[in-house]
Design a protein around this ligand. Structure first.
Ligand code: SF4
Length: 487
């Protein structure tokens, strides 16, 4: 780490006679990995506000900037002095091929950023990255551009500074960085004040972006549907100030992650409603684990009172008691009493950079430490009972089938008849119901591919799943670690 790679290119080392050429791409996976697809008929939620902000900062610095949205347009990054590739690990199988496609077009630097660079830096290097970036801010990003310009790119960059201001979305639009797509992403805070041992955001201090500026940014943008990418939205006075500001705008609709504790507060439920929230995502965590905050809780009554959709995430199989009838009954009751709840049942997973992961490793619970299964859906941990992966998915599929039977129709009926949903909100929410119906087909095909590949013993099977789900998967170079490599 920290080694200097000298790049010899015309114009390097301060003798540049033309602007720096900078390209950005958010690398996406070719299979359904997210339920955040309720905002657009044509696009997945692939806007990284940090990527767009860096693009704006580069342009403000005088660079020629290109934001690349489609893989087939990657050749447009030709002659870039530096390409920034942002990705979650679910798209990591495509990283080496993407880097090689750029290498064929440019002799510039290739820098990998985003969650995958944080979790699997060694894979990024093996895939051909010149450098990786972990947490970033404007000052660090501009330093990277300077290092590129001077041929002094380092292997790894990170900062602990927090971000308190970002460029406005209207600037991204004006510079042609984002296509019109019927929604926009936003960021009102970074990090988290809580310290859940399984979560990477627990390591990042909670810091807020100026509330008045967040509202001004949203007010100045013509996209009406706002997707907040904050790890948790609405905490404390900062969240309330933003929601008051959004209420004043009157014609915005929003989605975001929050906590079940926030939903427990009548004031917060009212604020979310008045601010135009149509969907919130919360973690039910695990109703049996030591750290659970929601065991046999009042959450069902609370969700039933909310005039918006709630995605409830639940990790199934961390506790042996998850496989008892009590758990199924609880989730069924939640879904039946709350047609506005979408249960998302995930497999036990473990992110490599958490302390919990080290504990799991020490206990021999991780049977697939590869990046291929970092998607909350492909099992990588042993289960607390004598149960094979094949048995596990048999139970998981049965649970999901039970939870989702007729659910889309009940959601639709709930939206149409709920007295607290205004006609404008109803229109936006019916669109969500329609997209959820479409997504069910894709999600079912993906689940079937996982279940078919799940073996009767604990051996890695993510590669088999992707082989069935990703077109031309055999053509991807996984940059897999050689046998015996412990990185
Ligand atoms: S799981 Fe949620 S509450 Fe816990 S540290 Fe992560 S973002 Fe914060």
């Amino acid at each position: 780490m920290g080694a200097v790679r000298t790049i010899s290119r015309p114009g390097a080392r301060g003798q540049r006679s033309r602007p720096l050429r900078v390209a950005f791409e958010h690398l996406a996976a070719g299979y359904p990995v997210t339920i955040d697809r309720y905002c657009s008929d044509t696009r997945d939620d692939r806007q990284s506000i940090m990527l767009l902000s860096c693009a704006a900062w580069a342009a403000q610095r005088g660079a020629e900037v290109e934001v690349i949205w489609e893989p087939e347009s990657r050749r447009r990054g030709a002659a870039a002095d530096v390409v920034f590739i942002v990705l979650f690990s679910v798209a990591a199988y495509a990283l080496k091929n993407a880097i090689e496609a750029y290498r064929a077009q440019t002799d510039g630097c290739i820098v990998v950023c985003g969650p995958h660079a944080v979790s699997f830096p060694e894979h990024c290097y093996r895939a051909g990255a010149d450098a990786i970036v972990k947490k970033c801010d404007q000052a660090l990003f501009l330093q990277i551009l300077d290092d590129v310009g001077q041929g002094r790119l380092q292997r790894s960059y990170a900062t602990t500074r927090s971000i308190d201001r970002l460029p406005h979305y209207s600037e991204f639009q004006a510079r042609g960085f984002v296509p019109a797509q019927g929604f926009r992403n936003a960021l009102a805070s970074t990090g988290c004040p809580y310290t859940c041992s399984f979560c990477t955001d627990a390591e990042t201090n909670f810091s807020t972006i100026d509330a008045a500026d967040v509202v001004a940014d949203i007010a100045s943008c013509d996209e009406k549907l706002i997707v907040f990418n904050d790890p948790l939205f609405g905490l404390g006075e900062h969240g309330k100030a933003i929601m008051h500001g959004l209420s004043g705008l009157g014609d915005r609709y929003a989605m975001g992650f929050t906590t079940s504790s926030a939903l427990r507060q009548p004031e917060m439920r009212r604020l979310f409603t008045d601010a135009g929230f149509v969907l919130l995502e919360v973690g039910l965590e695990n109703i049996h684990a030591d750290y659970a905050k929601n065991r046999r809780s009042d959450l069902i009554d609370i969700c039933a009172q909310c005039p918006f959709f709630i995605i409830v995430n639940y990790i199934y199989g961390l506790s042996a008691r998850d496989f008892e009838q009590e758990t199924t009954s609880y989730l069924v009751e939640l879904t039946e009493k709350c047609p506005n709840v979408l249960p998302m049942v995930f497999v036990p997973f473990s992110l490599p950079e958490t302390g919990l992961h080290q504990d799991h490793l020490a206990q021999g619970r991780i049977f697939d430490p590869s990046y291929l299964c970092i998607g909350n859906e492909i099992l990588s941990m042993r289960l607390p009972l004598q149960m094979t992966p094949a048995d596990y998915y048999h139970r998981l599929d049965a649970l999901n089938e039970r939870l989702y039977i007729d659910h889309n129709a009940r959601m639709r009926e709930w939206v149409l008849t709920h007295p607290g949903i205004t006609p404008d909100r109803r229109r936006v929410m019916l669109d969500i119901v329609r997209r959820q119906g479409h997504e069910e087909d894709a999600a079912s095909a993906w689940s079937a591919a996982i279940s078919r590949a799940a073996p009767d013993d604990f051996r890695p099977f993510a590669q088999d799943v992707l082989g069935a789900a990703v077109p031309d998967f055999a053509g991807y170079d996984l940059a897999w670690k050689p046998a015996g490599d412990k990185t």
